[in-house]
Design a protein around this ligand. Structure first.
Ligand code: NAD
Ligand code: MG
Length: 359
């Protein structure tokens, strides 16, 4: 087992990574505030892993709250189901909420923990690659509003993140690739050695090689923990985690949620950020092509949807959260392994990037 620490002063917490950690009762029990525990999970994950987690929590006063599966349920109404479950079973302020599932469950359970009786303890047990390397670390929690994704939420840090790599065996291959988009992102934005390592191990990762997974998850979480530790509430640096995301969100919004997985949109969005960095003369076309090959080997699209015009992109990107004072800010690569958030680029380079041929 590997252990990392997210360094946030008195809100610091450990991330444990290893095979079979769901069975490690000692890890869970070390982080419980009291005897009451509420496990929040969904209809897909519960039949696979709920029993195993419950066995590790024997002796606790347990409530399992099983929610419907899907981004469409990351809503106020589903949040109420969590509060209903907690109140019906009379959970008090020393309850610990455990999120067992992907990013949707982690974001919702975390927000519920932040609100329930003004805040109870919370443990993340992420079960998708994306949630293991991204959403479970950093303390962003929340739900969607009909008028915008992730528009209602809180920064709320867990007591611990417990990552069992063996649960990835049941994850659909497409979801695994989507998680790899974020893994590759960390290499591109802040760790060139990791990028080289990924080139060597991408096939092993897709084949779920245990050692490779642990290494990739540890290095990804370490990268995210470093960035979050330096900028917990996204006043600056944390925005580099959005490499490929401004273009990617435009693709997700335009195509409609669920048509492209988030990670797939980030794959194509990253291809666009690489293209723009190349056109600015910051990285070479060889470096761009090397990164594209890695994304392709990860099973990700690197070509934006044919039906999207530059105007479509501009329209969706104008409402992106990174627009400050009317200027569009983008995450681009100064060098491989070194990202920057900038609004200093000639408009022509953006236009050329949006109309470039990616096929
Ligand atoms: P998800 O939670 O929808 O999970 C994807 C699918 O895999 C679901 O159907 C889920 O039930 C299923 N699943 C989960 N674990 C499984 C397993 N081990 N075996 C088989 N199936 C399994 O999607 P996700 O990609 O994990 O997370 C996406 C969400 O995360 C979005 O809502 C996004 O906004 C959020 N997010 C949050 C942050 C953050 O910082 N808080 C960062 C990135 C993404
Ligand atoms: Mg992302």
């Amino acid at each position: 087992m590997r252990t990392l620490t997210v360094d946030l002063g008195e809100r610091s917490y450990p991330i444990y990574i290893g095979a079979g950690l769901l069975a490690r009762a000692d890890l869970f029990k070390a982080h419980l505030a009291g005897r009451q525990v509420a496990i929040v999970t969904n209809e897909t994950v519960a039949p696979l892993y709920l029993k195993q987690l419950e066995a590790s929590l024997s002796g606790c006063e347990l409530t399992a709250i099983v929610l419907p599966d899907g981004e469409a349920f990351k809503t106020w109404e589903t949040l109420q189901l969590i509060f209903n479950g907690l109140l019906q079973a009379r959970h008090d302020r020393r309850t610990t909420v455990i999120a067992l599932g992907g990013g949707v469950i982690g974001d919702m359970a975390g927000f519920a923990a932040a609100c329930y009786q003004r805040g109870v303890d919370f443990i993340q047990v992420p079960t998708t690659l994306l949630s293991q390397v991204d959403s479970s670390v950093g303390g962003k929690t929340g739900i969607n509003h009909p008028l915008g994704k992730n528009m209602v939420g809180a920064f709320y840090q867990p007591q611990a993140v417990i990552i069992d790599t063996t649960v990835l065996a049941t994850l659909p291959a497409r979801e695994l690739s989507a998680g790899l988009a974020e893994v590759i992102k960390y290499g591109l934005i802040c760790d060139e050695d990791f990028l080289a390592w990924l080139e060597q191990h991408i096939d092993a990762l897709r084949a779920l090689d245990g050692q490779a997974l642990i290494e990739a998850i540890e290095r990804s979480c370490a990268a995210k923990a470093r960035v979050v530790g330096a900028d917990e509430r996204e006043s600056g640096l944390r925005a580099i985690l959005n490499l490929g995301h401004t273009f990617g969100h435009a693709i997700e919004t335009h195509m409609g949620y669920g048509v492209w997985l988030h990670g797939e949109a980030v794959g194509a969005g990253t291809a666009m950020a690489l293209e723009m960095s190349t056109r600015l003369g910051w990285i070479s076309s060889d470096e761009r092509d090397r990164a594209l090959r890695l994304l392709i080997k990860a099973g990700l699209p690197v070509v934006p949807p044919a039906e999207m015009t530059p105007e479509h992109f501009l329209e969706h990107m104008a409402v992106d959260k990174k627009v400050l004072d009317g200027r569009l800010r983008l995450v681009l690569l100064r060098r491989m392994g070194d990202a920057t958030v900038t609004d200093e680029f000639p408009r022509e380079v953006l236009d050329a990037t949006l109309s470039a041929d990616y096929s």
